[in-house]
Ligand binder design. Sequence first.
Ligand code: 5AD
Ligand code: FES
Length: 348
Amino acid sequence: MDRHELIGWLRETDETRLEALWARADKARRLNVGDEVHLRGLIEVSNHCVRRCAYCGINVTNHEVERYRMTAEEIVGCARQALDLGYGTVVIQAGEDYGLTRDLIAAVVRRIKAETGLAVTLSLGERPDDDLVAWREAGADRYLLRFETSDPELYASIHPSLPGRPSDRFEILRHLRDLGYEIGSGVMLGIPGQTWQTLASDLLAFQGLDLDMIGVGPYLPHPATPLGRGELPEAPPGEQVPNTELMTYKVVALTRLLCPQSNIPSTTALATLNLALGRELGLSRGANVVMPNLTPAPYRALYEIYPGKACIRETANECAHCLSGRIVRMGRQVGRGAGGRDRGEGRG
Ligand code: 5AD
Ligand code: FES
């Protein structure tokens, strides 16, 4: 699919044609990755962050946030719970928090691998090379780093670099792949300044990077951030991508058609826009992964990257039952095994 066709689909409003897009994406999903829906248990291990991302509620400039960092014992405890709940993977996610030291994360990864055998995905930001190498050696299987937008100017405006450390997420992703990680990336939809052209480039970049996992979700404004306060400009009228549920389904479907073998989550941000049906509609329009939250109750509400996040009040057990019920009612199956790129037989 070329840029012109992509933009046509992104701007499509005709319901009959969109139904045809959903059907094509669902068929590509079934043929390429099957009916299994993989569960990746998400552990939000720290909401400390050194970054000033203009969209993110836990960025360092937000002094209203009560900060927490889980202990190694707590993180490993969540991984044991993931095993009990039948998940194949744990995702260890945090802000860019150097209080999570190289040694601490390496030790946690080793313990989780030894005690549970689960696949371990890390999502800890733009860490130095030595950290990424040490964690891969400790047994981490995958790394998630969304590039957020492929437009360098827009990226620089929403994601200020640290002094003396230019940020090139494409380069980091390629490096992670060279280190032997499966790599995941993605973008937010509808950030102010994102145009149809930019989003088409994002989709083509997914293809070019040969990603194992691709997560896309609507941008949800957080009032305590520069973007949420409206301090950055929108694209000119007619060019701005909306941050809607419909836009998310279109991008999930197009991502499946462009990258048929990838693992694509039906994201929490999408579920936040439609609590009743967002997850299911994502799964029936190209997605094959969901990420139930495992973060312990006292911390869950504090990881507020955007307001109104789904599953803030639910427990890990409640999310597990909720999601497996939703999957089975759709006539799909809960995935077994790690659910890697090579469909379950892979590492971990
Ligand atoms: N709205 C939607 N998604 C967000 N993320 C961060 N802040 C927001 C927001 N306000 C997404 C980013 C990040 C991922 C962990 O969460 O894409 O990479
Ligand atoms: Fe958390 Fe449904 S997934 S309540």
